[in-house]
Design a protein around this ligand. Sequence first.
Ligand code: FE2
Length: 274
Amino acid sequence: MLKFIILSDLHLVPEGKLSHGLDTAERFELAISFVNQHHSDAAFVIINGDLADHGEPAAYERMKAMLPKLTADTYLTLGNHDNRDNFITVMGKDHVAETGCADHVIDQGDQRIIVLDTKEPEAGGAGRLSEAQLAFLSAALEGAGEKPVLIVLHHNITFLGVPTDCIILENRDAFIDIVKRHDNVRQVISGHVHMSTSGNYRGVPFCTIAGGHYNIEPTLGAPDITFQTPVPRREGPGQLAVVLSDKTSTVVHMENYIDRHLVMAPALFDMHRS
Ligand SMILES: [Fe+2]
């Protein structure tokens, strides 16, 4: 049985700063302790984008200093809040593939995990995979042969009926067209939306995890939902995914590692504050 952990949406900030009133470095510290204490048997940890809140070099420096505390091997990829150039400058080119992005193929036991970097600076918060990344995905799926495959990427691959539907993976159909040439893709796991969901898009099962920043109560049922539609409630759980996978089954557990009772004041989301 393969076991690995996915953390997402750290939103780290430079020393002395907060993100919407949250000390995201302290929250990452709690995630590290939790994983080391409760999941020391995990084969590796993937951190699935939005590593930094505003892509600042000082935020990546902070992450670089904290990462060695995680006892498991770590794979990093990027989300819309990241800055690829700053990430590479601080973390080094070892974190990027021949695509120029933080893409990875992880072979562990009899399984293959493909990690894709969906940061697209021109997409205004949405995600996109380049032609080179689609070719990388295609080759990685070909190379998997009969192995079960899981795909991890920051942006969600379809609409969830929530205000962030305008910033999903833009070229999701090109992605799915490649995935559907194979019958061994078990699950697509995203972060980005700060909520836990599961579903199916064009026959491909997906889920999203809430991640480490804050957890959003979904805005459902309101007519004409837009990006400006108010979020009913944000609360404090930090959430990770524990993935258990073997020859015949794959399970994604959503596990909260920070107290769930912190409810964040709406004033913390005044857009003039950081
Ligand atoms: Fe995020």
